[in-house]
Design a protein around this ligand. Structure first.
Ligand code: IMP
Ligand code: MG
Length: 176
C-alpha cells in the first residue's frame, strides 16, 4: 500500500501487464498503418510514460509531437477541459494517432477531436493505455485500448493524484 497526500492506494496493475498491453497496442497500430507514416500525438502530462514505451515498441517509420490539456482536479473529472499547449506542425493529409494515458468521461477526447478537425488531416485514430468503459459518455470511437478498467481512480505510470504518483512504474487503485 502507498500513501499520496491524504489518500491510500493499493497495487492494481503490474509493470508486466502494462508492458504487454503497450506491446499489443503497438503491434495493432503497426498492422493498421501499412505504408502510412503516422504522426503520434502524446497528450501531456499523463501520457509521457506510455508514449515512451509505445515508441520503443513501434517498429515502423513515424513522427511524434505532444499537446497538453487538463481536465482534472482531485479525484473526480470536471466538465471543463482546456488546451494548454497546441501544436504548430502542418498535418495536412497525415494519419494522426492520439496516444492517451487514460480515457475516462471522454471530455478530453471531444476537445482533442475538435482541435484536429480543423486541420485537414487524412485520418484520426485514438489509442489509450487505460479506458473506463463505465465512465465513458461519448460516441467517439476508441481504436486501440490497452486495458479496460473499472470506474475507480488510479495512479502510477504517468497518472497522478494532485501531482503525485506519476513516477510509479506500476498502477495503484484508490483504497476504498
Ligand atoms: P476525461 O476527459 O474524463 O476522459 O479524463 C481524461 C483525463 O483525466 C486523463 O487524461 C487523466 O489526465 C485524467 N484522469 C481520468 N481518470 C483518471 C484516474 O483514474 N487517475 C488519474 N487521472 C485520471
Ligand atoms: Mg491525460
Amino acid at each position: 500500500m502507498i500513501q499520496l497526500h491524504d489518500k491510500q492506494f493499493v497495487p492494481f496493475i503490474s509493470a508486466n501487464e502494462i508492458a504487454e498491453a503497450i506491446d499489443k497496442m503497438a503491434a495493432e497500430v503497426t498492422a493498421d498503418m501499412g505504408t502510412e507514416i503516422p504522426v503520434f500525438i502524446g497528450v501531456l502530462n499523463g501520457s509521457f510514460m506510455v508514449v515512451s514505451d509505445f515508441m520503443k515498441a513501434y517498429k515502423g517509420a513515424c513522427e511524434l509531437s505532444f499537446i497538453k490539456m487538463a481536465s482534472y482536479e482531485g479525484t473526480s473529472s470536471t466538465e471543463e477541459v482546456k488546451q494548454l499547449i497546441g501544436l504548430n506542425q502542418d498535418l495536412t493529409g497525415r494519419t494522426v494517432v492520439i496516444i492517451e494515458d487514460i480515457v475516462d468521461t471522454g471530455n478530453t477526447l471531444v476537445e482533442i477531436k475538435a482541435l484536429f478537425e480543423a486541420r485537414n488531416i487524412k485520418e484520426l485514430k485514438i489509442a489509450t493505455l487505460f479506458y473506463k468503459p463505465e465512465a465513458y459518455k461519448k460516441d467517439i470511437k476508441i481504436d486501440y485500448v490497452g486495458i479496460a478498467i473499472p470506474n475507480k481512480f488510479i495512479v502510477g505510470f504517468g497518472l497522478d493524484y494532485d501531482g503525485h504518483g506519476r513516477n510509479l512504474s506500476e498502477v495503484y487503485q484508490l483504497k476504498e
